[in-house]
Design a protein around this ligand. Sequence first.
Ligand code: ATP
Length: 312
Amino acid sequence: MSLLAEPQSSAVTVRAAAKINLHLGVGPVRADGFHPLQTIYQAIGLYDDVTVTDGEDWSVRTVGDSGIDLTAVPGDDTNIAVRAGLALAAHHGLAQTAHIEIHKGIPVAGGMAGGSADAAATLVALDRLWGLETSDEELLAIAATLGSDVPFALIGGTAIGSGRGELVTPVPDATELWWIVVPHEIGLPTPGVYRHFDVLAERGVVTAADPVVPDALLDALAAGEPAAVAAALSNDLAAAAYDLRPDLVELRARLDALGADAVLLSGSGPTHLVMYDDVDRARAGAAELTDAGVLHWLAPAPVAGCHVVSLL
Ligand code: ATP
């Protein structure tokens, strides 16, 4: 039997952060097509805000900050935010529908899990709108069915991700970092990068060994030692992404020349991340990019996961 829950509010807005992978260890492709991962996620201060209101049918509208290209974001039921709403309603046996407004500050298809952030924010927002009081365990389980990065988007902070990335364990992080996020106008679809990783692994160009979480990085985070964090950053997908897109190698060289603490490709790319342990140096680096006409955002990390910012 399908039920309707009594709305507890008229509008709920939940904020969700972008993620980066401080470490991305990728193993050999499995029979089901997925790659086993061992990753260390960190939530950084670029945000999508998701507002849900009662609606007679499912609908979604997306607006964006300046510099955010919304072309690839679906306006129909294939939007992952709507899929999240459907999954929450199904979990509780509800026939409820809603209107979802997404305000994007996270670059689309940039390897920063913006869609996953929207899905996580929608779960939390609808849970509040409908007064469901879904437990954290249930929300994490529903999140994992929506995508590998969705559970981390719920919890934020810094965490180990294993399995396909969906099994998350928070870890201590005493760092206070600043990241310059440098998007690229030409997206790099994640599945293609994984396929190319497999090709390079077959050719022996990269090694697809069983992935592990590096103790050196966990220790550096727990101790709050940015130099040791910088030395331990790694991304197994970087070789595949750069091989597919030589133009990214040129951009990388420009970013290396800033003299920051580290430069890292974000997930499957094409976004780059430039790390600083000091906000003044980060601002100076960002000013250099502004002068050179390179689009970028400056974000602190780590930051919190999904949280309610408005409840009407
Ligand atoms: P992935 O999770 O594949 O690594 P990503 O982090 O690089 O993705 P996203 O911004 O999450 O990038 O978008 C990936 C794709 O998901 C987009 O190209 C788009 O077609 C689709 N998509 C569905 N819903 C959304 C949404 N709410 N926001 C952004 N993209 C969405």
